[in-house]
Write a protein of this length. Structure first.
Length: 183
């Protein structure tokens, strides 16, 4: 009994291509957010800071948040379940799944703060009172960038290590040797 659904070669290539595009987009959007957050925290120019937090609000809501759900809920599971890799067979896949899940949950937790800075920037009311949130945006986006880079390294290098479930499924998939008992 196979627990994977077989994807045709063309469909597998399409899903893999979408997965790579979305993952690279997510990584790039987080890198941009990180760079802007540093500028927002360190720039002495009020208009630059205001512009930064307007941009980070747009990037957060319209790029990072939607892009975080696609590999987590669509392309990642499709690739795992539609190929011999399987969803729970290899530790590197579980690690990537956990990185994506934790990153998305942390992002959801920070969206209120991102929106608060965005609204203050639009209203022109950003002040030194927002410094803690600004610093937190630098730290959170830097950590997110590191997490996504680790997920990328895992996807490329695919370190060895199968789960107990993976070993069991691999053993079940092997054909049993035929014995010739003609004694």
């Amino acid at each position: 009994m196979a627990t994977t659904m077989a994807l045709t070669s063309n469909l597998r290539k399409l899903v893999r291509t979408l997965h790579i595009i979305v993952s690279v987009g997510w990584l790039g959007a987080v890198a941009s957010f990180f760079a802007l957050s540093i500028v927002g925290l360190t720039s002495p120019d009020a208009e630059t800071v205001r512009s930064v937090y307007i941009a980070t609000g747009v990037i957060g809501w319209y790029l990072i948040l939607p892009l975080s759900f696609v590999p987590l809920l669509i392309t990642g599971p499709l690739l795992s379940l539609g190929t011999p890799w399987g969803l729970l067979r290899h530790y590197w896949i579980i690690a990537k799944l956990l990185i994506n899940l934790i990153s998305t949950l942390v992002l959801l937790g920070h969206m209120k703060m991102i929106s608060s800075l965005w609204r203050a920037a639009v209203a022109g009311t950003l002040s030194h009172a927002h410094y803690g949130m600004q610093l937190q945006m630098v730290i959170a986006s830097g950590a997110a960038l590191v997490a996504l880079l680790i997920a990328t390294v895992l996807a490329v290098y695919k370190p060895r290590g199968m789960t107990a479930y993976g070993w069991r499924k691999q053993y079940e998939a092997r054909p049993m040797p035929q014995t010739n008992d003609m004694a």
